[in-house]
Ligand binder design. Sequence first.
Ligand code: FE
Ligand code: ZN
Ligand code: FE
Length: 169
Amino acid sequence: MALFSKNIDNLQQLFVEQLRDLYDGEQQMIKALPMLIDKASNFALKTALQDHLEVTRDQAIRLEKIFAEMGEKSSGESCKGMAGVIAEGDHLVSRGGDPSVTDACIITSAQRVEHYEIAGYGTVKTYARQLGRANFAQILEQTLEEEKEADQKLPQLSDTINQQAREAA
Ligand code: FE
Ligand code: ZN
Ligand code: FE
């Protein structure tokens, strides 16, 4: 597949490619989060994931606005990294033998996703600034902050959950 991909000739094209990659990643998470919400037992965890699903939908819309403003299509990239992180998470979560352990699996999987997204959004935010697109940098900064918030919330929840997982038979 990569064999037929078009060359990326400049920072603007790399910016668009990376945005499409992130956009595909958000779409994958919009599909994956409901399954994680379904499998979560801890109410606070369920709520945090539900909140992040809403936030994720907004993030996808934000990217669509950037594509529209640039006159670029949003499709064309599939984020294999996100697919891998999600697949690994699914596999791990499916092996949880106690509800508290399943919740702990969900938290570690979700944190990997957030870190992956933080890396991606940090990069495109920088590109936007370097390309003289301060308005885009601001939009991307908003998403970056939301991903950081999600990343910080998860370990807070894990205090109670991991206590239960420690005591599980
Ligand atoms: Fe996101
Ligand atoms: Zn990717
Ligand atoms: Fe996220």
